[in-house]
Write a protein that binds this ligand. Sequence first.
Ligand code: NFS
Ligand code: SF4
Length: 635
Amino acid sequence: MNLRFSIDEAVQQLLPVAEKEKIQTVWDRHKDQQPQCGFGKMGVCCRICWKGPCRVDPFGNGAQRGICGADAHTIVARNLIRGIAAGAASHSDHGRHIALTMQEVGKGNAPAYKIKDEEKLKRIAQRLGIDCEGKSIRELTKEVAEVSLEDYSRQDSKVPCRWAELTMTEERAAKLKQWDVMPHNIDATVAEIMSRTHVGCDADPVNILLGGVKGAVADYTGMYISTELSDALFGTPTPTVTEANLGVIREDAINIAVHGHNPLLSEMVCDAAAMMNDLAKQAGAPGGFNVVGVCCTGNEVMVRHGVPLATNYLSQEMPILTGALEAMVVDVQCIMPSLGAIAQCFHTQLITTMPTTKIPGATHIQFETETAIESAKKILELAVEAYQRRDPKRVNIPQVKEKAIVGFSAEAVVGALSQLDAHDPLKPLLDNIVNGNIQGICLFAGCNSTNTLQDRNFVELAKRLAADNVLLLATGCGAGALAKHGLMTQEATMEYAGDGLKAVLTAIGQANGLNGPLPLVLHMGSCVDNTRAVSVAVAIAQKLGVDLDRLPLVASAPEAMSEKAVAIGTWAVALGLPTHLGTVPQVLGSQVVTEVLTEKIKDITGGYFIVETDPEEAAKKLFAVIQEKRAGLNL
Ligand code: NFS
Ligand code: SF4
């Protein structure tokens, strides 16, 4: 078995198919890029103006400054925070799209959508300080959307973004304000990063990095909006049993993969597929339509509706290679441009839907809020058409899949705990942290990267930390990895959890009628849903009367690669979390930047980055941090 690329067995089964058909995959292209540029890897290449590109010799032999005089520290810091700006822009555009849709729902202009979780809408309204008295759901919907949109438009820089200020501990909000890294307006903060990094502006690396921290808190704000408003619109996730990995693609069905990030479209595809199932059967597919997920859109519909997950980021080309995928519908972010060419080697329809994400080789069906369900139906019709062209001889579905219990929103976690203590649901969790049954909590987030063996870091770290009685939460492609490898099952809890953790997960599971423990890793949702973990952490911190940096709580992005991951990692640090990266960030060309990120920022936020590419070592380091935090609380 070829273990050079991925530990995912389904991927390993399909790579020889790609080779035989002479189809290039992400791993072939990775190889073609070797050796990759050392200057770029260290972050010391600057292309910010056309006098460049300039690069600084990190070993001190060649040029030490770019043509304008920028040194390695300025260049590295600028490159880094431009990435944060892109990440923040992506997440907050997603949030804006949801908020604008919600505003239309409130006005009665978006017939395909409605508020599915009215209680959540009311809780959001209360949190935002909106008076609910005597208002209809329609009115509240509009008002919640408009107050949220103010976080994108406010011009008074002294008034913080509400979704940031009101969702963290008071001490944390005060600290971020004190350091002038609390945004007042998400868009303005992204624009500020772009302008301060223009040629000839901010040259002080520490000041630049603080601008990046502010951008990261803006990213957090946009993510929070995305998650919470999506819950009101589409329902708050509750635990559901489903499956993950390519074996969820079915030979007897018309298979449609939803891929990207925004649930606005994928929700419609799920609804339309249920409505139009007969069409698929009439077309000769006894199994009807089978919607499967990829990446974070996949996670969104997985945690809300139990839609099975086909795969995560790095293996997104594989569903097409099964020869049984009729359509891959994509919206925004993390969609490899290679999909266009690969889809053309098969009968698969690649369908783009957003004006800002078109891909050569794809069919574009523009998605509009007003006509959402019509677009979804058109997509299904294209899939039916494609099904007629499926070549049974080329069908090759790896029979690899794992059961996964998913859907642990903060509300679901509290709900499960309330079966142990209805009046004080957090108490059993806290008691078990205090008595050491649970040593601490680790949130797994982020991507896959070709710089690691796909999924390995997640799986290894999770197994080790679970054995050390660390409670595990996961989102994004990390959650995808852990689901594919069977770590979101009760069996995994029995096999890998340390005795203390096992006892707690079993007590909660039993109290909830599960006839066994909770799964080993709790799937909280997509990447934007990292804020769900924050809301649990904030509740714990408030109950203990301490700030977030005092908690035995760590984050890990062991295979990080995207600019969004840079933004998320940075806000995790801003909130006070020691945050592990299992891939090396492109900053090593500057000692100043490296030191600030891994040490000095601790004095400001309490959080910092831990870079460790070896999962075994990383587990040790994270556990040591957890012990340090416990000692700090006298535990
Ligand atoms: Ni997060 Fe999700 Fe996956 Fe990474 Fe991309 S899909 S938003 S960025 S790769 S976890
Ligand atoms: Fe070179 Fe300065 Fe232009 Fe960057 S901004 S490319 S360092 S001259």
